[in-house]
Design a protein around this ligand. Structure first.
Ligand code: ARG
Length: 277
């Protein structure tokens, strides 16, 4: 898909803040975000993305500070959406707003069992070269989500088990890139999941990042037509990306990192297809 045709859902950060702790990044950050800086950083991200994609907005809601992280609204493919079922009660209030947005914007909502937790595109990522979904579990989404996604989207779904609480959503430590490349932080996964990745992605297409990059959420990147939009990356990783034909675009999102999310978490691609379609 041409990046110019992509459409991305974002939620303005008017009610963003760290008001509770549901991941290790939020520890010690209660009330510590700067509204003005957050708005400026979010605006810069929106501006950067809008050069390459249409930006759709959902209205932020008071009392739902994490609603800015629209990756967790759900998962879409074509005109079908799965609406997230959040694990933590703090975020469950977002569900009806995201559901209504999908309904009002022409998506049909796939049925999903109430008891299965699933945090949307935060934990389920389409590969950009293979007809498969990488389906994260271990902290937020249940392992049963993979099989359900495979049925709904008629596509193989590979369960990936997360083991490091700092990388609690799959999109914090794994980023499929166009042409079948995969940028990821291997220590965030259990051995079976690393093996599953290595079975499907040949060594020359794997970009394993080290802890310094993982900790600045380099894998939490938005890939748009060869550009890799991210909070930060070491010069070494930037050089690696350039040498493989990608253009890293850095846009600082430190205020949002205090809540455990950066570029990818703040976006949801609305025009998704699997490579085979
Ligand atoms: N504070 C949010 C949470 O813990 C951050 C979500 C980040 N989103 C993501 N797709 N990784 O749920």
């Amino acid at each position: 898909m041409n990046a110019a045709q992509q459409s991305i859902l974002m939620c303005p950060p008017h009610h963003f803040g760290v008001d509770y702790v549901i991941n290790p990044w939020m520890q010690g950050q209660l009330g510590q975000t700067d509204r003005v800086v957050a708005l400026r950083q979010w605006d810069n991200l929106r501006e950067t993305l809008s050069a390459f994609a249409h930006i759709a907005l959902i209205e932020p809601q008071p009392g739902l500070p994490d609603m800015v992280f629209t990756a967790n609204a759900g998962m879409v493919c074509g005109k079908v959406a799965v609406v997230s079922r959040f694990r933590s009660p703090e975020r469950q209030g977002e569900e009806p707003f995201f559901r209504a947005w999908f309904e009002q914007n022409g998506f049909s909502i796939a049925p999903w069992p109430k008891q299965i937790c699933f945090e949307g595109a935060g934990d389920a990522l389409f590969d950009r070269g293979r007809d498969l979904i990488w389906s994260g579990c271990g902290f937020r989404s249940d392992s049963a989500a993979a099989a359900l996604l495979a049925t709904i989207f008629d596509c193989e779904a590979i369960p990936i088990r997360l083991v490091d609480p700092r990388f609690y959503h799959l999109d914090t430590c794994l980023c499929p890139l166009s042409g079948g490349w995969l940028m990821y932080y291997p220590p965030a996964f259990d051995a079976a999941s690393v093996a599953a990745i290595e079975r499907r992605v040949p060594a020359e297409k794997r970009i394993a990042v080290d802890e310094a990059d993982a900790l600045q959420f380099a894998c939490n990147a938005v890939d748009l037509g060869g550009r890799v939009i991210m909070n930060g990356a070491t010069p070494a990783l930037q050089a690696r990306l350039r040498s493989t034909g990608f253009t890293p675009v850095l846009t600082p999102l430190s205020e949002f990192l205090k809540a455990g999310g950066t570029a990818k978490c703040l976006t949801l691609k609305l025009r998704e297809t699997t490579p085979a379609r």
